[in-house]
Design a protein around this ligand. Structure first.
Ligand SMILES: [Zn+2]
Length: 305
């Protein structure tokens, strides 16, 4: 059995998966506001889970927006800011007396989909979450590839390929300090920014999609721009690493039209113009992150073998 945590800004969720990936146990708790209470909450949830399923876990996986700094071993960029600057891996391992694995939520998403989700038939899987932001993860032979800088899959902060003011509007600054990051275009917020650039009005991403489905001319043009920006971004991934499967999750993955419109558009941007890559929508939706956190142990155990 595997146990995983999804660490959110307002809630912490735990889940237990059996060896076939079936979900056995789930529980939520409010995210506390201090580091020591955070460690206590995780510990209590592990005990709850162990009691409920009558099993003692050797490994615990955590998925969260944030990373362990390869330079210092300390957490950085976590949404629960009280975690930042702490050696969470060591502190939690000592508290639980178990092996702990930590990965960012996009990597957990990619791992889950590669192990038993939409990418399970692929050797090399690229997972992309297109939600408020744009995260990514790389999984090779069911094993997460984080890399020496812990940057594997962070393609959302590459510049949008072939950026053109005519196609894409004015340059967009990103919170990371760079300009025209992919995340600024192919995310829910990116779509809203494109709509504003076209109309000088604001509309939410779901409303833009609704307007597109009602054949609103402006919304259709904005949607076509989104598909074109996605195609340029994914073509760069394919030209670089040629994954067997690209799995798309997050809010934008609920737009069914993307599945049919995107592959045709990608084809014109990849080298050679012939696309065989499987472009799929996530099988586990919002649950992929926590499933992948539980499966982190599996990924690392495979590496050790
Ligand atoms: Zn950026």
């Amino acid at each position: 059995m595997l146990i995983g945590f999804d660490i959110g800004g307002t809630k912490i969720e735990v889940c237990v998966l059996d060896e076939n990936g079936a979900s056995y146990f789930k529980k939520r708790a409010a995210t506390p506001d201090s580091y020591s209470l955070f460690l206590d909450t995780i510990s209590e949830l592990v005990i709850d889970a162990e009691t409920m399923v009558n099993y003692s876990f050797a490994h615990v996986g955590l998925g969260l927006p944030g990373t362990i700094s390869p330079a210092t071993g300390l957490m950085k960029n976590a949404n629960c800011t009280f975690i930042n600057g702490h050696d969470l891996l060591s502190d939690l391992s000592a508290k639980l007396n178990k092996q702990v694995y930590i990965a960012n939520d996009a990597n957990c998403f990619a791992l889950s989909e590669a192990i038993d989700g939409a990418g399970q038939k692929g050797r090399l899987v690229f997972g992309a979450i297109l939600g408020t932001g744009c995260g990514g993860g790389i999984v090779f032979n069911k094993t997460l590839w984080e890399g020496p800088n812990a940057l594997g899959g962070e393609w959302g902060h590459n510049p949008l390929p072939n950026f053109s003011p005519v196609k894409d509007g004015e340059a967009r600054s990103c919170y990371c300090g760079k300009y025209n990051c992919i995340e600024q275009f192919i995310s829910g917020t990116g779509l809203e920014k494109t709509y504003s650039a076209y109309t000088q009005a604001s509309l939410s991403a779901p409303d833009i999609i609704e307007a597109m489905r009602s054949n609103d001319t402006t919304a259709l043009a904005v949607y076509k721009t989104l598909i074109d920006q996605m195609a340029r971004s994914f073509a760069a991934v394919i030209n670089m690493m040629d994954p067997d499967v690209i799995v798309i999750g997050g809010g934008l993955s609920n737009v069914e039209e993307i599945c049919t419109d995107l592959p045709n558009q990608i084809e014109q941007y990849i080298f050679g113009n012939e696309l065989k890559t499987n472009i799929k929508i996530a099988e586990y939706g919002d649950s992929s992150g926590i499933r992948g956190a539980a499966q982190l142990a599996k990924s690392f155990i495979q590496v050790n073998i």
